[in-house]
Design a protein. Structure first.
Length: 471
């Protein structure tokens, strides 16, 4: 007997459902995708665009250790700001509306990025220049945390239910295309303004071009978001005075803990690949940075196709099954392929090809993550729950450098990432096992119910028990 009132849909049916969306839905989904893409472009700016020009913000006699601290601090400041933004903007988006808060967050991070692109260097402003760089990146992270905490739920609440798997895959695929985009931009600028010493063209002015371009994209997104209507689902849902307090009690607390466990595993797994593969290829295979960049570009194109396919598969077999399968695949297949690359006993061409394979096997499970996290929380707390689950879960994985340093004392350093990969897969599997299946929930019917005996809140879980109003 077929499952009653299911949103299960084959890939072709998902595409058809997306095509049949009305103009309001399309604008919301397009702006959600663009917001996540620009968000990730902004995340990659200090890693890809500023790395060759970090000397612009340093004294001429800086030590290698201090230079490394500034570079890591510039990236870490954004990651530390994101959970704060998720807490603040997620709460306000649940209380005041998704649309209003996403406009504020986009305007905020675009302004910060433009300000960074106009900053004077150490030679002009001394220690104030790197301090402002790190400070602006921190504030930037707060606004970025607010962008997806409001913008992504807005997109899903406008999305036809049978297309949510496809939308989730496309949203997470935006992260891979952001890397491709910013890498191509930096390669083009480097061709016009080569990098070298502190007086080289790229260090003096070339690095500003990607930052100002990123700010321009943000302001263009602001114009697009201004044409997106507020979510009908949010407007018709009774509001809660304190969404964050609601998430700290009863069933919602267990749900949030489960999502944090799952997302911590995903971040730890992907970090073991994304943050290490460039260094591994450079040090183990003695190849050029340009060759590594092109190899990673190709890997991310393949990964984009993979996460979209994974997202669509989750609408057929379920989000939970896909996430559990991702944990198993990462360990059974991804881990040994990763070990082969780290062993450095294969040719450069083979290593480049296997890097793409590792990205697909380890990071591909992300295709179901965005859909799953939005479906785990009722409308009254969805922005808060999704934002916190997505952002706060990155804190422990962001400290992986310390874990690797400790592991490096007891095992060869090039294999230490395999431990983090295995731990991340275990956390992902544990989180997916503890949670329910979600692909058939009706976001309009998933509601918060007050328990008269205490301020805790319970969530309607049985998606098949509620009438499904849309197909």
């Amino acid at each position: 007997m077929d499952e009653p009132m299911s949103f299960r849909a084959r890939p072709r049916e998902q595409i058809v459902a997306l095509r049949r969306a009305d103009d309001r839905q399309r604008r919301a989904m397009a702006s959600g995708w663009a917001g996540y893409w620009i968000d990730m472009v902004d995340v990659y700016l200090p890693v890809v665009a500023l790395a060759p020009a970090i000397a612009y913000f340093q004294p001429a006699s800086v030590s290698a250790d201090l230079a490394s601290v500034l570079f890591i601090g510039t990236f870490a400041a954004t990651m530390l700001g994101r959970p704060i933004g998720a807490l603040l903007f997620g709460h306000l988006a649940d209380r005041l509306g998704r649309r209003r808060l996403t406009l504020m967050s986009v305007a905020g991070f675009s302004t910060c990025t433009a300000a960074i692109g106009l900053l004077p260097g150490y030679a002009a402003w001394g220690a104030l220049a790197p301090a402002l760089l790190v400070g602006l990146r921190f504030v930037n992270g707060i606004f970025l945390g607010g962008e997806y905490s409001a913008g992504t739920p807005l997109a899903f609440e406008h999305c036809p239910p049978r297309a949510r798997g496809l939308l989730g895959g496309l949203l997470l695929g935006a992260y891979t295309l952001a890397y491709v985009f910013i890498s191509l931009v930096v390669l083009a600028v480097l061709a016009l303004a080569p990098a070298g010493g502190p007086a080289s063209p790229y260090v003096q002015w070339g690095w500003r071009i990607p930052f100002l371009l990123g700010a321009g994209l943000g302001f263009a997104l602001l114009l697009l978001r201004a044409r997106v209507p507020e979510s009908d689902v949010w407007q018709q849902t009774p509001k809660i005075d304190r969404p964050l307090r609601a998430l700290a009690h009863g069933t919602l607390r267990r749900d949030l803990t489960q999502v944090l466990l799952l997302m911590t595993g995903l971040w730890l797994m992907s970090g073991s690949v994304v943050s290490v593969m460039p260094r591994l290829l450079l040090t183990q295979y003695d190849t050029s940075p340009v060759a590594v960049t092109w190899a990673l570009l190709a890997a991310n194109v393949v990964l984009f196709l993979t996460v979209v396919a994974v997202g669509m598969a989750s609408q057929v077999i379920g989000r939970r099954q896909v996430l559990l399968g991702g944990a198993v695949v990462a360990v059974v297949l991804g881990l040994p392929v990763y070990a082969v690359v780290a062993n450095a006993r294969i040719g450069v061409a083979s290593a480049f090809a296997l890097v793409a394979v590792v990205h697909v096997l380890v990071v591909g499970a992300w295709g179901a993550a965005s859909s799953y996290c939005n479906e785990r929380f009722p409308t009254a707390v969805r922005s808060s729950g999704f934002g916190i689950g997505y952002s706060l879960s990155v804190v422990l994985p962001s400290l992986s450098a310390f874990y690797l340093a400790g592991l490096g004392r007891v095992m060869p350093f090039e294999y230490t990432q395999l431990v983090l990969l295995a731990v991340g897969a275990a956390l992902l599997a544990a989180g997916a096992t503890r949670g329910p299946e979600t692909y058939s929930v009706d976001l309009a019917e998933l509601e918060v119910r007050r328990d008269a005996r205490r301020p805790a809140l319970a969530v309607q879980r049985d998606a098949s028990a509620s009438p499904l109003s849309r197909t």
